[in-house]
Design a protein around this ligand. Structure first.
Ligand code: BGC
Length: 743
């Protein structure tokens, strides 16, 4: 009997007999949806030939059709990110892979017409909404569009912590805090996968900047890593259960992420008990044996790598015993597991019509939840007493800006402002046809609303001088493959200063992917951060400006007052000229507001900050402890005259005896609530605190350790605005590294 057959028999005895299935059913057990995913995956791998296993773990770019000889058919969806052929005899569908940073993307290499789909606001806006339920709805919407477009694997969501405010992909990520990022990205992943398709958490790990992303090494100690970016991945995986994880381009502690035994096997698969598969980023594979043995399960798009490393070379490595057969089986088993666990195997995708109006409403609601009001010197919301408004700049007459790179989504209809930015990769700049100007006009029928493109600052200032109020739209495009500086481009700072000098009632609406500096802040009467606001962005901006909906977003990232305040005042690797360099994350887990609090720096706007059109008062929190978990309860009252969204935040930090020196910062975000309160309404909130947020990671003990002592629980409106505090004693505790794994 071959070893293959003997293992099958052993497996059948183990599972088949205990489950009481017949001899015939045993051979096709993977087809039975009533069986657990792991049982089906094992049965499927047992039934696969070596060729089939090798095929399953070897992907190609969806837009280039260079196929190895053994591929049965090429049926990629053109213009997509990737494709792995199916295995019809086993019922394994092809993997049709699309990017998902904003929605169903189209690689611009494909010929027009582009795949026209609905763009959500950037993930940073989802984080700003502090609303996981909204993030789930967004994920569910883009997942439904993916399914209707014939895709069954989505490459979202990005969750690298925002360590580099100049990072080109910050709009694809969810800010600087591990808990907030995990809550919204985990929810978005669950939403995508509610469509019976796979979602991919990425980029594992520490791909915080684009500069030197193919060569840089992100260097960080294990303990700090586990308490920062890795914690974000860990919590999001627990919550969203993504079928796939994508290893990053960069190196981590000198080792390529896709060859890192530490990241892929020790942390992800062993410590977190992750059951899904690891796919490589497009062009992130550098070896066969090293990558395979480190834990890479799929070479996603071999055309991007220097040469194919899986496929024939992997077959040879297995023959030579350099990669164990068991490792190849494990790769196939993990992909199969993800297909069964998500429903992909049982629910074949098929192209179907899309209800764009319904999708746009989801995107608009997401934008409304994430827009942050940063400054309001009594000018907002706009009222009917404002009779003459001048709107300036950023093509506000046509649409709203969206993010670039592989996540680029082409809107239904046309790019509202074609021809801007790079026309090749990573462009073009896409404007979604949702005009803030048109939306403002229809919301304010009694006012004259005129538009100037802002190209001539003097003309804009002159028009502003004659108006009751001016609104300057200022955009900074950001994209994969390029970082940017923190000043607005194209002379926008000067334009804003000129308009604000001409009219004291000047409101600035920002569309961008992360923090910017605001040299004109003192002169502006209002500032609104709209991020890249997605398919219904124009309407959402108008509704926030007019107060039809409260400004309910809060910053998921600290806006610095100057570069000097950052952990890395200069962008690492700027002068590396393509040569390898290290990004020394010596700040460790003190990312964003933690860095600012530790250094007692005052930012331009703190993490968690955002104004409402009403006001809230905060009651004293009470804290209960049970099994090492804190539950914080408190009341919030709307003390103003309008309904509005409260986003009370809970921060925890060590006090007496609680080993403060071991913490990366004085406090950490431990939870929050979000609710719309009517005038005078009081609402009770309850926040449950994960023990890891009271712990430090002890690398030697391989455990989360909580020091016994007193902790301070603060209730605040931002990381720099604590309104109430309470103290609580917490007993010492130790949680083994794998004790939170649930998958
Ligand atoms: C990006 C990934 C993306 C992939 C496929 C890469 O350039 O880094 O995030 O999923 O391309 O398009």
């Amino acid at each position: 009997m071959s070893s293959h057959a003997s293992r099958f028999l052993k497996w059948s005895l183990l599972f088949g007999l205990t489950l009481g299935v017949s001899a015939t059913a045993e051979t096709t057990l993977w087809r039975d949806p009533a069986q657990p995913a792991d049982v089906r995956a094992e049965a499927l791998v047992q039934a696969m030939t070596q060729d089939e296993k090798l095929q399953l773990v070897f992907g190609q770019f969806g837009s280039v059709q260079k196929r190895p000889a053994f591929y049965p058919a090429v049926e990629a969806r053109m213009g997509s990110a990737g494709y792995v052929p199916g295995i019809a005899r086993l019922g394994i569908p092809p993997q049709w892979i699309t990017d998902a940073g904003l929605g169903v993307a189209t690689q611009r290499q494909s010929a027009a017409p582009y795949r026209e789909r609905t763009a959500l606001p950037g993930s940073i806006a989802a984080a700003a909404s502090f609303d996981p339920a909204m993030a789930y709805r967004g994920g569910a919407m883009i997942g439904a569009e993916a399914r209707a477009s014939g895709f069954n694997v989505m490459l979202g969501g990005g969750i690298d912590l925002l360590r580099e405010p100049r990072g080109g992909r910050n709009f694809e990520y969810a800010g600087e805090d591990p808990l907030l990022a995990a809550s919204v990205v985990g929810a978005a992943i669950a939403g995508i996968q509610s469509n019976g398709i796979i979602s991919t958490i990425k980029h594992f790990a520490f791909n915080a900047q684009e500069t030197g992303r193919m060569v840089a090494s992100a260097d960080i100690a294990d303990s700090a890593a586990r308490m920062s970016d890795l914690l974000a991945f860990e919590l999001a995986i627990e919550k969203g259960k993504p079928g796939a994880a994508m290893c990053a381009y960069n190196r981590v502690n000198t080792v390529y992420a896709c060859e890192s035994d530490y990241l892929l096997t020790t942390v992800l698969k062993n410590d977190w008990r992750y059951r899904g598969y690891v796919m490589s980023d497009w062009g992130a594979v550098h070896s066969t044996e090293k990558a395979a043995n480190a834990g890479l399960d799929q070479e996603s798009a071999y055309t991007f790598d220097a040469k194919p490393f899986f496929g024939a070379p992997l077959r040879q490595a297995v023959i030579e015993g350099k990669v164990p057969q068991a490792r190849l089986d494990d790769m196939a088993r993990r992909i199969a597991y993800a297909m069964f666990a998500t429903g992909l195997y049982d629910n074949p995708v098929a192209e179907a019509p899309i209800d764009f109006e319904a999708s746009r409403k989801v995107a608009q609601a997401a934008a409304e939840g994430g827009i942050v009001l940063l400054k309001n010197a009594g000018v907002l919301p706009l009222t009917s007493s404002v009779k003459h408004i001048v709107v300036i700049g950023s093509h506000a007459d046509k649409g709203v800006m969206s993010g670039g790179g592989s996540s680029t989504v082409f809107p239904q209809g046309v790019n509202a402002v074609p021809g801007i930015g790079p026309q090749g990769w990573p462009g073009p700049v896409v404007f979604l046809p949702s005009s803030p100007l048109a939306a403002l006009k229809s919301a304010l029928p009694g006012a004259t609303v005129e538009y100037l493109d802002g190209a001539d600052a003097k003309a804009a200032a002159a028009a502003a001088a004659k108006a009751d109020l001016a609104i300057v739209f200022a955009s900074q495009w950001s994209t994969e493959d390029a970082d940017h500086d923190l000043n607005l481009p194209d002379g926008l700072d000067d334009l804003i200063a000129a308009v604000a000098a001409a009219n004291a009632k000047t409101v600035v609406v920002l569309q961008n992917g992360g923090p910017v500096l605001m040299p004109w802040l003192d002169k502006a009467a209002g500032v609104v951060e709209a991020w890249f606001p997605g398919a219904g962005g124009g309407e959402a901006i108008a509704r926030v400006l007019t107060g039809a909906v409260d400004a309910s977003g809060r910053l998921p990232v600290t806006f610095p007052a100057s570069l000097a305040q950052l952990a890395h005042p200069a962008l690492p690797g700027t002068d590396a000229n393509g040569k390898p360099f290290a990004i020394e994350y010596t700040e460790g887990a003190a990312v964003g507001y933690k860095w600012f609090a530790k250094n007692r720096s005052t930012p331009l706007f703190p993490f968690g900050f955002g104004l409402s059109y009403t006001h809230f008062s905060y009651g004293k929190p009470s804290v209960a402890t049970k099994d090492g978990r804190l539950t914080v309860t408190f009341d919030v009252t709307n003390t103003g005259k309008r309904a509005g969204a409260a986003v009370p935040q809970i921060y925890v930090g060590p006090a007496a005896g609680a080993d403060a020196a071991q913490w990366e910062a004085p406090f950490r975000l431990a939870g929050w609530g979000k609710a719309v309160l009517q005038p005078g309404e009081t609402r009770a909130f309850s926040v449950s605190v994960d023990p890891r947020l009271l712990a430090r990671f002890d690398s030697a003990a391989r455990a989360w350790t909580v020091s016994g002592g007193t902790y301070t629980v603060s209730l605040g409106a931002s990381a720099a605005d604590f309104r109430q505090t309470a103290s609580v004693h917490v007993d010492a505790a130790l949680y083994a590294v794998d004790s939170f794994a649930k998958q």
